[in-house]
Design a protein around this ligand. Structure first.
Ligand code: SAM
Length: 348
C-alpha cells in the first residue's frame, strides 16, 4: 500500500484497479501515511491556511427530486422560503463587515430566481464590494444563463456531479438528466468560472468501484474546487432509513484528491462536521483548506436542512467568527480572510 501511496504522490493519479485496491485494503497505519503525504502537499501549496466562504442559503424551494435531499420536492413537511434580493445583499453586507471576501449563494432550483434577478443581486454585491468573490451553487441552467451570470460578475460555481455512474445517478434522481448534469460542468468551465464538483460519500447504492470512477472523473475534469462530504439521511426523504456515510472514508478521499489535484480548493464540509464537530479540523489535517460558515439569517437557515442533525447556530456573528478562528488555531491552522481564488485564475 505504501508503494501505491508513493505512486499517487509522485504521479498524481493511479489506475482504477489500484484506486480500488487502495480503498479496499488500506489499513490504519497506511491511512496515516496517506494523510501525512496529503498534509505535506497541502502545506507546500497553502501552508496551514484555511479560506473562509460565507454561505447564504437564499431559497429552499426546489423543483428537483433528489432522493437524498431534505429540500427536494419529496419533503412535503417543509416551510418553504426565499430571501428577497435586498435580504441577500444585506446578508452579504453583514458578511463583508465581518471580513468575508467570498459569498456563496446556495439554494434549491427555485424557478422564481430568473437570470435577471440573479444578475441584479450579483452585480449589486460586486459593485459594492469589487474585491469580493461571488460563488453560485444554484444547480442546472442553460449555458446562456450561466454566461449571463458570469457576465454579471459571478466568479465561481459549485455543482457536484454527485456520481459518475449513470445508473446510480438515475436511481438517485429519477426525473433528472445525468447528461445535463455533466454538461453543466463543462459549460461552466468553458465560460471561465472557477468550477467545483464533488460527491457524497456513502450515498445508498454507491460501490467502491463507483468511487474510483468518481476520482478519475474529477482528475480528468480538473476542477478548481472539490466538495466531498458524507451522505446523511433526512427524515422526510425516500432514503430516510439508510445509514450515513463514513467520516474515515471521507478523510481518505479528501487525502487522495489532495494528492491527485494538489492546488485544488477543498472544503472540510458541514456534513463532515455534522457527524462530529471535531471532524472539521481533522479534514484540514488530511488535505482540506476551505471552510464555509453559514451567514444565512437564523429564521431562514432553520428551514434549510439538507440532512438531519445539521447544526443551526448563529455563525453570522463576530463572536462566531472569532470562535472559529480560535478553534482553527487550537488545531494548528489559521483563517485567511482573503478571497482565495484558485492559483493563477484570471477572469476571461
Ligand atoms: N441545488 C444546487 C445543486 O444541485 O447543485 C445546490 C444545492 S444542493 C442542496 C448542494 C449539495 O448538497 C448537493 O450537491 C448534495 O451533494 C448535498 N446534499 C444534499 N442532500 C444531502 C444529504 N442528505 N447528505 C449530504 N449531502 C447532501
Amino acid at each position: 500500500m505504501r508503494d501505491l501511496i508513493n505512486e499517487l504522490y509522485q504521479e498524481q493519479t493511479l489506475s482504477k484497479a489500484n484506486l480500488i485496491n487502495l480503498l479496499l485494503h488500506i489499513n490504519d497505519e497506511e491511512r496515516e501515511y496517506l494523510y501525512e503525504k496529503a498534509y505535506s502537499v497541502r502545506y507546500e501549496h497553502y501552508k496551514n491556511s484555511v479560506y473562509v466562504r460565507g454561505l447564504i442559503e437564499f431559497s429552499n424551494y426546489c423543483k428537483n427530486d433528489c432522493t437524498y435531499c431534505g429540500i427536494s420536492i419529496h419533503n412535503k413537511e417543509l416551510t418553504r422560503y426565499h430571501m428577497t434580493p435586498e435580504e441577500v445583499i444585506k446578508t452579504a453586507e453583514i458578511g463583508y463587515s465581518l471580513g468575508f471576501r467570498t459569498f456563496v449563494m446556495q439554494g434549491g432550483e427555485d424557478t422564481s430566481f430568473t437570470d435577471d434577478k440573479f444578475a441584479a443581486i450579483i452585480s449589486s454585491i460586486k459593485t459594492q464590494f469589487p474585491e469580493a468573490a461571488v460563488t453560485l451553487s444554484i444547480g442546472e441552467r442553460s449555458k446562456e444563463s450561466y454566461q449571463k451570470l458570469y457576465d454579471a460578475g459571478a466568479d465561481r460555481f459549485l455543482i457536484r456531479h454527485e456520481t459518475i455512474n449513470k445508473n446510480l445517478y438515475e436511481k438517485l434522481h429519477p426525473k433528472m438528466s445525468y447528461e445535463n448534469r455533466i454538461k453543466s460542468l463543462f459549460d461552466l468551465k468553458d465560460i471561465g468560472f472557477q468550477v467545483g464538483t464533488g460527491f457524497m460519500v456513502g450515498v445508498p447504492g454507491q460501490e467502491i468501484e463507483d468511487i474510483a470512477d468518481d476520482l478519475l472523473f474529477i482528475k480528468e475534469l480538473n476542477p478548481h474546487m472539490i466538495g466531498i462530504g458524507p451522505f446523511i439521511p433526512h427524515k422526510n426523504t425516500p432514503l430516510r432509513d439508510e445509514s450515513a456515510g463514513s467520516a474515515e472514508l471521507t478523510y481518505t478521499l479528501i487525502a487522495i484528491l489532495r494528492l491527485m489535484l494538489p492546488t485544488s480548493l477543498i472544503p472540510s464540509t458541514t456534513s463532515l462536521a455534522t457527524l462530529k464537530s471535531e471532524n472539521r479540523y481533522k479534514g484540514f489535517r488530511v488535505g482540506a483548506n476551505v471552510v464555509m460558515p453559514n451567514l444565512t439569517p437564523y429564521d431562514y437557515k432553520k428551514s434549510y436542512q439538507l440532512y438531519d442533525g445539521k447544526k443551526i447556530t448563529d455563525t453570522e456573528s463576530y463572536e462566531a467568527l472569532e470562535q472559529l478562528k480560535k478553534e482553527c488555531l487550537d488545531a494548528g491552522f489559521y483563517i485567511d480572510m482573503a478571497r482565495g481564488d484558485y492559483k493563477n485564475w484570471r477572469r476571461k
